[in-house]
Design a binder for this molecule. Structure first.
Ligand code: DAK
Length: 261
């Protein structure tokens, strides 16, 4: 791998997009390597992922403008599909993915963060969809995911004006869940990942599926999706153990880690 660093730390993994000279911009190789990295995650052991960018300045400064500048219509469509496939892979990845946004998250950078389950950022983070200033539309799901996350009005304002927003505004509009200093960001992301990894893995996976699939359905269908995934948790070792532990009022007993992946 030239542009992706992957580190497994016990029950969670950290994926770092590492193309610092170009502020971690997404070219075809980065997208291919990211896809291959996700395919190789050991889902028997890893229960949560963190996605971040190398260096102190940028998470991902967008799709690679140099690579895109000479694309034909057909190549542009193929590049868009490559990106969308990886972003969907992240979005539907069986375990939660936390984006630790450590600087610029512009265009494809903002979009990749929105494919993750949770976004937290450093106080130097900058979010934006500058595409209309480049003569294109957001192409990696920005028009869809931003509107779902912050509402259509705010998404339209950000996309039509191509104006960047800073961390405090991203927090105010609900694009990120929390802002940390640059020094604190990764510690906070790892603490959250470890906290998620401690919970029953089948239940966490099913929650991700229920929320994601439910958001794309009407309420009647969404409730059925939830019912099914709720039912799926029963008769698992983790459900039996988690409930038995609660019912056993023995205060001396220490809760064992959940086993199933
Ligand atoms: N692509 C390629 N290189 C980039 C880059 C990018 N997006 N962003 C930065 N770089 C490179 C710069 O060219 C520079 O390279 P050298 O000159 O050193 O070789 C290096 O990173 C450092 O950048 P700067 O010198 O510009 O650093 P500054 O601190 O002055 O400025 C900046 C930082 C983030 C404000 C600035 O670099 C910037 O504005 N970057 C571009 C941000 C941007 O517009 N991003 C959105 C890209 S558009 C689609 C698929 C996908 C997309 C659209 C359609 N379909 C096919 C359907 C997605 C589009 C986008 O993401």
């Amino acid at each position: 791998m030239e542009f992706i660093v992957y580190e497994q730390k016990g029950a969670y993994g950290i994926i770092t997009i590492s193309r610092e000279k170009a502020l971690n911009a997404l070219n075809s190789s980065v997208l291919d390597e990211l896809s291959a990295t996700l395919d190789a995650v050991n889902l028997d052991e890893v229960r949560c992922l963190i996605l971040t960018g190398a260096g102190q300045k940028s998470f991902v400064a967008g799709a690679d403008i140099g690579e895109m500048s000479t694309l034909t219509k057909a190549e542009g469509e193929a590049f868009g599909k490559k990106g969308n496939d990886v972003f969907r892979k992240l979005e539907t990845f069986p375990i939660p993915v936390i984006a630790a946004v450590n600087g610029f998250a512009l265009g494809g950078g903002c979009e990749i963060s929105m494919s993750c389950d949770i976004r937290i950022c450093s106080d130097n983070a900058v979010f934006g969809q500058p595409e209309v200033g480049l003569g294109i539309t957001p192409g990696f799901g920005g028009t869809q995911r931003l509107a779902r996350l912050v509402g259509a009005g705010m998404a339209k304002q950000m996309i039509y004006t191509a104006r960047n927003i800073k961390a405090d505004e991203a927090l105010r509009i609900g694009l990120v869940n929390a802002v940390y200093t640059q020094e604190e960001l990764m510690g906070a992301a790892e603490k959250m990942a470890a906290g998620i990894a401690k919970n029953a893995p089948i239940a966490v996976r099913n929650c991700k599926k229920a929320i994601n699939e439910g958001l794309d359905a009407d309420m009647d269908a969404a409730i059925v999706i939830e019912e099914k995934l709720f039912g799926d948790c029963f008769e698992t070792e983790d459900q039996r153990y988690g409930m038995a532990f609660f019912l056993d009022k023995n205060k001396e007993k220490v809760k064992e880690p959940f086993k199933n992946c």
